[in-house]
Design a binder for this molecule. Structure first.
Ligand SMILES: [Mg+2]
Length: 229
């Protein structure tokens, strides 16, 4: 029996990575006189990876990493105007409308007819709260959890707080690393709904069992039924 269904937010319920990709392309165009796009892309990822422990996830962290990458790639020659452009790109991302994925609302409503539903999203608290408010989905959830990292320890803590044993928990999300691997590892089950773009830092090796992949959120109810939800 399933007591609790967790939903990821970014790229599961609303578009996110497409906004990052679009900004990344504009960033690469801005630095094209200094380095080819693929080099800037790889250097940005290196900077983000190195900054993760200090900045965590989210748009503000990405903006700072773009500025740092620009300074490095241009050997300090990046102009104040270019840095202003990067800050503006970050601000545009922060105020971008929350575009829901097809079937997002319906998937939450149908899951809530079988179990408690909780949003489990990671990143910058202020940005995630603001996105959630703009999504119009907040009132559908029994609980909202905005966390800095989605690992085994986080899921164990959340489930203990909510009083749900892992075997009665199902997580739904687009990230193998954040939504599937740690949940399966603690004895829960997971549904992978891939998004058409995946951030390189969210990739991970697939577990052998305990999860299922669906192409669209409208397949979720039948998976939950097959698992006794
Ligand atoms: Mg996600």
């Amino acid at each position: 029996m399933i007591e609790l269904v967790g939903f990821d937010g970014d790229d599961t319920l609303w578009h996110n990575e497409t906004i990052f990709s679009m900004t990344q392309e504009r960033f690469e165009a801005l630095l094209q006189e200094h380095a080819p796009g693929d080099v800037v892309h790889a250097r940005t990822l290196d900077t983000e990876r190195a900054n993760l422990d200090l900045y965590g996830y989210g748009i503000k962290s990405f903006t700072l990493s773009m500025i740092e990458t620009a300074i490095e790639v241009t050997d300090g020659a990046v102009t104040v105007d270019d840095i202003k452009t990067l800050l503006d790109l970050g601000k545009a991302m922060l105020s971008h409308p929350t575009d829901l994925l097809d079937g997002a609302r319906d998937a939450i409503v149908r899951a809530s007819q079988r179990a408690q539903v909780v949003l489990i999203t990671k990143g910058d608290l202020f940005d995630q709260e603001s996105k959630l408010a703009r999504s119009g989905l907040a009132e559908l959830f029994d609980a909202i959890e905005i966390v800095s990292e989605k690992d085994e320890r986080t899921y164990r803590r959340l489930l203990a707080e909510l009083g749900v044993p892992p075997e009665r928990f199902v997580m739904v999300g687009n990230s193998m690393k954040s939504d599937i691997v740690p949940v399966v590892a603690i004895g829960g089950r997971a549904v992978h709904v891939p998004y058409h773009v995946t951030w390189a830092l969210e990739e991970a090796e697939e577990p052998t069992s305990g999860w299922q992949r669906i192409a669209h959120l409208d397949e979720l109810p039948s998976v939950l039924s097959s698992w006794g939800g």
